[in-house]
Design a protein around this ligand. Structure first.
Ligand SMILES: [Zn+2]
Ligand SMILES: [Zn+2]
Length: 173
């Protein structure tokens, strides 16, 4: 679906190929975790000829993902906007542009390029490691599991957390 015929673009560098696509992806696996997308991926960009039989695909992918708050585990909707820049070359050895070393250059095969892997990879990299439902989320009580955003529980907060120990020291002085 995201394979583009680039023969004409290789022949005529004044052309460019617009890339606009909506990609329905429910979920992807990142390591151990499964990430659930709340919206289709909107891909908007273009493929241009950058000379020397090399092409560059650049795009923005926007979507949103559902993650669990790192403190209270409540589901959080996280908007994503990932910028992609990827080079493709017919003969990867022929490029003398030192900028090419910043990219992993992918091959152009049979005058086609496949954007799928690139987009998947970059969006996966764009997913944050952890999110909070709000900046000052109080999290869950480590003893009873009560959501401390909704009120204190009656547990003795004697979990050995050094921050609590420091507070206790202050009060006893
Ligand atoms: Zn939270
Ligand atoms: Zn508790």
């Amino acid at each position: 679906m995201l394979i583009f015929q680039v023969r004409n673009l290789l022949l005529d560098p004044s052309l460019h190929i617009p890339v606009e696509a909506t990609w329905e992806i429910d979920r992807v696996h990142t390591g151990e975790e499964e990430v659930h997308f709340l919206e289709p991926w909107h891909i908007q960009g273009e493929i241009v000829n950058v000379g020397g039989d090399a092409l560059e695909f650049s795009a923005q992918v926007t979507t949103s993902v559902q993650m669990a708050c790192a403190r209270c585990t409540k589901p959080v909707q996280v908007p994503l906007c990932v910028t992609i820049q990827q080079r493709f070359a017919k003969d990867q050895a022929s490029s003398t542009d030192p900028l090419d070393q910043d990219f992993d250059v992918l091959p152009i095969e049979n005058d086609r390029i496949d954007l799928e892997e690139t987009i998947l990879h970059e969006v996966q990299l764009g997913i944050p490691m952890k999110v909070l439902c709000k900046e000052d989320c109080k999290g869950l009580c480590p003893i009873c599991g009560q959501d401390l955003n909704e009120g204190q529980c009656d547990c003795e907060t004697d979990s050995g957390d050094p921050r609590w120990e420091a507070l206790k020291g202050l009060f006893s002085e």
